[in-house]
Ligand binder design. Structure first.
Ligand code: MRU
Length: 354
């Protein structure tokens, strides 16, 4: 493995290259996407995953869609109309993370500025917007790190879940960004990583990123969290988010809610690190979040091997919702919101451009 951080995604010569995260940590391979259909399928199949990363990938999917329409000879007015259909298709790939919707809305807003422009000019504008999203995400994450770093004491033992790292974003990460910033500030840390069944984002991805950064890391089974907290081995929990409702209720990888309940039981701070693009003020509370249900085969098989009786009924929700009252603070690029609630989130979102 190189000492350069792995690039989650990049745009080169009119193609989107996605690091195939299904193959990590064993194999580093990039999937080249030259069509919007391929991008949509890659998001669905979780070649690329993590709320910000799927948003940015969808934005480049719009660029590819526009290029395909131009290649078919579709003129500018029709191109704008048909791109709305393409956005709808990309939006449907994964329903829970609002960043996907946010990124596509941003592309659609840009499209509204293209009246009177040629097809080539529309494509150039969309590409520019997608590139801005890519570079903006990294600087957003670095600001999350700057705001979150003071919350991490020197010597802290941290528990995290799933992967909210460079691999879930354009780079640096949200929850892992805070951990990176604390390590860069010279703090001694130890990170416990939940394996994150069923797709093992913790074991495969977060453990890989932390090892790469030389931050001490210990992998644990998801069911180990209560034991660790009860034995006094955890000082704080930090995770990312997929959608934060107006009252602060937060959807994230299945199992996050369990950690928040356990943290409250043991008097341990529970932090969420996320960009403001993850906040969805249109949702009153967490009851409105659509929870993606994935194929039960993700539970009944492991590495291609059947691990449960054939034909067993299995339920595979990919996310759960943590009620805001269990969240000690929300760490964003605009600052830290302690005990995030309706008024605080509204004020945070009124503070600047989304
Ligand atoms: O199903 P995934 O792997 O896309 O789920 C990812 C998560 O739940 C992350 O914690 C979340 O997207 C935040 S990523 C910065």
């Amino acid at each position: 493995m190189t000492h350069e951080p792995l690039r989650t995604l990049y745009w080169e010569n009119g193609s989107l290259f996605l690091l195939d995260q299904r193959l990590l940590p064993g194999e580093i391979s990039y999937l080249e996407c030259r069509t919007v259909e391929k991008v949509a399928e890659a998001i669905r199949a979780m070649v690329v995953r993590g709320a910000p990363a799927i948003g940015i990938s969808a934005a480049f999917g719009m660029v590819l869609g526009a290029r395909q329409l131009a290649a078919e000879g579709v003129g500018a007015p029709d191109m704008r109309r048909r791109l709305a259909g393409i956005a709808a298709c990309l939006r449907s790939t994964r329903p829970t993370a609002v960043n996907l919707h946010w990124a596509l809305c941003r592309m659609e807003l840009r499209l509204e500025e293209t009246a009177g422009l040629s097809g080539e000019e529309i494509i150039a504008m969309l590409e520019e917007e997608a590139q801005l999203m890519l570079s903006g995400d990294i600087s957003t994450n670095r600001r999350i790190g700057v705001h979150g770093e003071p919350l991490i004491p020197d010597g802290a033992s941290i528990l995290t879940h799933c992967n909210a790292g460079a691999l879930a974003t354009a780079g640096y990460g949200t929850a892992l960004g805070v951990i990176r910033a604390a390590a860069a500030a010279g703090k001694r840390l130890h990170v416990f990583v939940d394996e994150t069944r069923p797709l093992l984002q913790g074991a495969r991805l977060t453990a890989l990123e932390l090892r790469h950064e030389k931050i001490p890391v210990t992998l644990v089974a998801d069911s180990c969290a209560g034991y660790l907290m009860a034995s006094g081995k955890i000082d704080l929990v930090i995770t990312g988010a997929d959608r934060i409702a107006a009252n602060g209720d937060t959807a994230n990888k299945i199992g996050t809610y369990t950690l928040a309940v356990l943290a409250r039981q043991h008097g341990i701070p529970f932090y969420i690190a996320a960009p403001c693009s993850t906040i969805d003020l249109s949702l009153e509370d967490g009851r409105g979040v659509v929870i993606e249900e994935r194929n039960p085969s993700e539970l009944t098989t492991l590495m291609g091997r059947q691990i449960a009786p054939a034909g067993i009924d299995a339920l595979n929700p990919a996310f759960d919702v943590t009620p805001s009252e269990l969240i000690s603070a929300l760490i964003t690029e605009r600052g830290v919101l302690y005990r995030p609630g309706r008024a605080g989130l509204a004020e945070l979102m009124g503070k600047g451009e989304r």
